[in-house]
Design a protein around this ligand. Sequence first.
Ligand SMILES: [Zn+2]
Length: 129
Amino acid sequence: MALTPQQTQLLQTTIEKRRQMLLAELREDWQRVRRDQEELFGNVPDPGDASVATLIADLDKADLGRDLSEMRALEAARERLREGTYGVCIDCGRDIGVGRLKANPVALRCIADQTLFEKTFGSPTGSSL
Ligand SMILES: [Zn+2]
């Protein structure tokens, strides 16, 4: 079933709020990365410390990377809202369903296609460690 204008409005508000929060988080992430790097790389006494510094910097970047990919997903959802294609599965063209969109407002695919996508390409949030 297609989204009603009220449902679309509600999801749009959710997306906008999340985007504002994420923007604030990204600013903090970025400041923390810069601060950590200054502290850690500013004065590195021996190679052992240097590798710890690199590790911490990488963890910071992973954090930043997660927030950035969520931001990209939110921007894509806003784009689809503008174009009127929001809530339509990008693979099969059917409605994603309001229940799924409430749980995940940036969903691109219906549950069936998302499951298939993750089986084929692996979960984007899955750990590679
Ligand atoms: Zn689909």
